[in-house]
Design a protein around this ligand. Structure first.
Ligand code: CDP
Ligand code: MG
Length: 708
């Protein structure tokens, strides 16, 4: 047990300000009992020959094949294969890190259960799909590189070949493939992994694979095996949906985890995470690694920077510190590096988003620091706004996070919230389908020939969200009316682009406005992580050197200016140029790659020449209205705006280049909510343009001030 009260810093200047207190609770957490009942059978070890859990950074290096044999799932291989063979649909539950994702596809492959087809495994996140495929390719051996037998496919990045038999992909990619082949004939086995996450794509896939399996059976075609895998879930609910299918629970190997809550609430959870880390750092042996859960890239990088700086402070006791970060927008080599064991007498600390909650297991973790927060997309049908919001996690998530400390041996979890705050959290996470904007999904379903109202959902989305989505599809010209079950020709083209339908519409409209080049650039830049770097310590400097790109027309045109300049710089000078202008080179190159792919799609849609509007940016701004007219905000008074669609009160985000100005009307790309609702990605527009371009919409959405 930990000391009951402690303060961090012990009077050392540099970290003194991070004092926080925590108290332990007499709760020993052991989740090895697994989720309850249902039609599930427990698989006990067949012939456990090793209790040696895992590679740990102070143990001798174990070969990759031995690591595989040491995973809990290894002993159950034969029984599992037996079940997979016997059942056309199977639910497999098992603790995170037991080897489900990396091993089961390989078992199926070596037993040739997939026969002549492929095994497709979906992941909710691209980071997980890429890193797991890379790992499995390594495990496969024989100098195999990813893209051969084992490959992956994520949006804008296909790493498969005609040899690929085991294909990891994002759930969004498989859904996209279903649009081209509803029966998914390429696959004989489909594994929908991380089902408990209930992403909107996985939820839709449940219905798609169920239907594909049934149709293939009815038509006497090659059967499709469906496996649903998850860490925790309501087995009964899933099993019923899949015609009372069999569920199996893989007993894992977990150790008790000691849970600590803070004595009082801590609003600044980031600082508290840093402080807690240094408390652990002072006391724990150097081979005890730490995992910190925060919400997103900015927060994680800021926290990493603070830890790295403080760790160098001569007053800080303890071994040296090696700090890793893990979030979606990271180069995959960097993502893979978190799996490397740290050198002797060094403490590894990994700061991660909820990726490390269940999708990715990092060996050697003994301490978890849980901020209790997560960034999630939420949609409010009443305000019509889709927000990226930092919010409290659920109990399910809190237990998953804590469990990460008990993989190799007994561990500790520090929750940066009080016991009573914990009690107030929701029991489980609300499925995304019940809180997301259904625009994209409704369009995709129509491309599959189904109206969202008639789709066989595991959990039905709220009626008003479907209605809102269809109204928007109609406004975008993708359907003729809200009850249509088929798409208009424009709608069919929109569905071909792997983008938010509003962005696809902008690209399609660009032909008419003669600004296809610029529209592609802007949409690509909006489809990647931010290309702007704003280091905490050099914010003013970054803004100053980029000042010359700032456009009075707003952020999207500013981004366009940056991209144009980047393209104009000579190949050999691009790196230096990016460095000097605080531009993230990797992200801008990624945007260029996306742009190329979108350009190919335009060609496939028989769009004309790559027109450019040159300096006539009014054409581009008008074109943006074609897709984004539902995202208009109007000035009410002194820096206060309201959205035209649902009259929500909003402000400009301080990072916007327009935030000191007050244009009458703007289009916005995104809404972020902290204590207020902020708009990001702004473009100024004229009232007359709105009336000219979307007259029907403007009939029902009048402006407060009718002048332009
Ligand atoms: O899917 P599940 O959570 O059951 O486990 P998994 O993802 O198959 O992971 C099995 C083991 O492989 C974990 O202990 C991971 O630490 C390890 N692994 C690794 O060492 N390197 C990777 N790139 C991926 C997984
Ligand atoms: Mg997994």
């Amino acid at each position: 047990m930990m000391d009951s009260k402690y303060a961090i810093g012990n009077g050392q200047n540099s970290i003194n300000k991070y004092k926080i207190k925590m108290k332990p609770l007499p709760v020993i957490f052991n989740n090895s009992s697994g989720p309850p009942n249902a039609k599930k059978i427990k698989l006990n070890d067949e012939n456990r020959n090793s209790t040696n859990g895992h590679t740990n950074n102070n143990k001798p290096k174990i070969s990759i094949q031995d690591q595989r044999r040491n995973l809990p799932v290894f002993d159950k291989r034969n029984k599992l294969l037996e079940l997979v063979k016997r059942h056309k649909t199977l639910i497999i539950l098992g603790e995170t890190g037991s080897g489900k994702t990396t091993q089961i596809p390989q078992y199926i492959h070596s037993a040739r259960l997939q026969e002549n087809g492929k095994i497709g495994i979906t992941q909710p996140r691209r980071v997980a799909a890429v890193s797991i495929a890379t790992r499995v390719a390594q495990e496969f051996g024989h100098g195999m590189t990813v893209g051969d037998t084992v490959g992956y496919s994520v949006r804008f990045d296909d790493c498969t070949s005609n040899k690929t038999k085991i294909k990891f992909m994002t759930d969004g990619m498989l859904l996209r493939e279903a649009m081209y082949d509803r029966l998914l004939m390429e696959y004989t086995v489909i594994i929908l992994d991380e089902a408990h996450e209930r992403t909107i794509h996985t939820d839709v896939l449940f219905g798609i694979v169920k239907k594909a399996q049934k149709t293939r059976e009815d038509r006497n075609q090659t059967p499709l095996k469906i496996i649903i895998m998850s860490a925790t879930m309501d087995v009964e609910h899933f099993s019923q949906y899949f015609n009372n299918c069999q569920a199996v629970y893989l007993e894992g190997r977990t150790y008790p985890v000691n849970i600590n809550y803070t004595i009082k609430p801590h609003d600044d959870y980031q600082t508290s995470c840093v402080a807690t880390f240094f408390k652990i750092h002072r006391e724990a042996p150097s081979n005890h690694d730490v995992l910190i859960f925060l919400t997103g890239q900015e927060e994680i990088e800021a926290c990493a920077q603070r830890i790295r700086l403080l760790a160098k402070d001569p007053d800080v006791q303890g071994p040296s510190v090696k700090c890793f970060t893990l979030y979606a927008a990271q180069p995959s080599a960097q993502q893979m590096s978190v799996f490397q064991p740290s050198p002797p007498n060094t403490r590894k600390v990994v700061i991660s988003t909820n990726i490390a909650e269940t999708s990715i297991t990092i060996p050697g973790i003994r301490y978890v620091i849980d901020s209790g927060m997560v960034k999630a997309r939420t949609f409010h049908p009443s305000t019509g706004l889709e927000l990226l919001k930092v919010q409290r996690i659920s109990h399910e998530q809190a237990w998953q996070r804590a469990g990460r400390a008990g993989r190799d041996s007994e561990g500790h979890c520090y929750r940066i919230y009080t016991r009573s705050q914990f009690e107030l959290m929701k029991k489980s996470t609300v499925p995304e389908i019940r809180r997301a904007n259904l625009l994209t999904v409704s369009l995709q379903l129509l491309a599959l020939g189904v109206h969202a109202n008639y789709f066989d959902f595991l959990d039905k989305p709220p009626k008003e969200a479907t209605v809102a989505a269809f109204e928007q599809l109609q406004l975008l010209g993708a359907v003729d009316d809200v009850n249509s079950i088929c798409l208009t020709p424009v709608g069919r083209k929109m569905a071909k682009f792997p983008l938010d339908p509003r962005f696809s519409k902008i690209i399609l409209a660009a032909e008419q406005y003669g600004c296809l080049q610029e529209a592609l650039t802007v949409v690509s830049l909006l489809s990647t992580e931010s290309i702007l770097i704003n280091p905490v310590t050099k914010q003013a400097e970054a803004q100053k050197v980029r000042q010359k790109f700032c456009s009075a027309y707003g952020d999207l045109i500013t981004l366009l200016n940056i991209y144009r300049e980047f393209e104009a710089v000579g190949q050999n000078n691009k790196r230096i140029w990016c460095h000097e202008h605080f531009i993230n080179m990797r992200n801008i190159l990624h945007a260029r790659e996306i742009r190329n792919q979108l350009e190919q799609l335009c060609k496939k849609c028989d769009m004309g020449a790559m027109s450019s509007c040159g300096g006539d940016l009014d054409r581009l701004r008008k074109c943006l209205i074609m897709g984004m007219f539902m995202n208009v905000a109007e000035l009410v008074r002194d820096h206060q705006y309201i959205t035209l669609d649902k009259k929500q009160s909003v402000q400009f985000h301080p990072s916007s280049c327009l935030h000191r100005q007050q244009p009458h009307l703007v289009l916005f790309a995104e809404v972020v909510q902290t204590n207020k609702c902020y708009l990001r990605g702004l473009t100024t527009i004229e009232a007359d343009w709105l009336r000219e371009i979307v007259p029907d919409y403007m009939k029902s959405h009048s402006l407060r001030f009718n002048s332009s």
